[in-house]
Design a protein around this ligand. Sequence first.
Ligand code: ADP
Ligand code: MG
Length: 209
Amino acid sequence: MTNQDIIRWLGLIADTLHENAQYLTELDSAIGDADHGTNMNRGFTAVRAKFASMEAMDMAGTLRTVGSTLVSTVGGASGPLYGTAFLRAGGAVAGKESLTPADLVAMLDAFLGGIVARGKAHTGEKTMIDALTPAVNSAKEALAQNASLAEITARAASAAEEGMKSTIPMLATKGRASYLAERSIGHQDPGATSSWFILRALAVVCAQQ
Ligand code: ADP
Ligand code: MG
């Protein structure tokens, strides 16, 4: 996994968020303020505009650029949350030209760590953490079984999908959705959904290696 593959991953995230902007916004309209799709699409459109300059960076530089771009372009909670995630992911791969399975799992762990550090949420609070935590745990389990990059990321994506679905019956206690209290129950969390898209895109890129 090289800087080129990271840029391919970012391109796929940008495509997916563009295609699903309306869907994410609909999810956010049920329990938030109907802007998650717009926010994420705006952020990754700005990231896409930097692909040419990212070609000349190393992967830590690319990931840190994603982080700072999301912080500065995405309004709403998700900008600083995903921004910190990508900044920390960049920190975890500093100096590396290509990622081993262990490096990639460390990168995912740092990504999740950034969101936890920034948002102080725990699992079960109906946020992106509920998709990302089981994903990182599955990636670690797969790594311990000497799985390939493709296998690790496929298992992470599938755990993220289950984690995303697990947010439906949850009561939101963090972010805007918490204002709804009991009325947040029965709706899938938009941020958990964008987290699944991000991990699914990673699995697709790793499957093509
Ligand atoms: P805003 O809530 O400011 O409108 P978005 O709509 O872009 O921002 O993002 C909402 C998503 O952010 C939620 O669906 C949830 O997954 C995530 N979120 C909100 N607060 C937190 C937090 N403290 N920790 C982790 N994720 C959070
Ligand atoms: Mg919102």
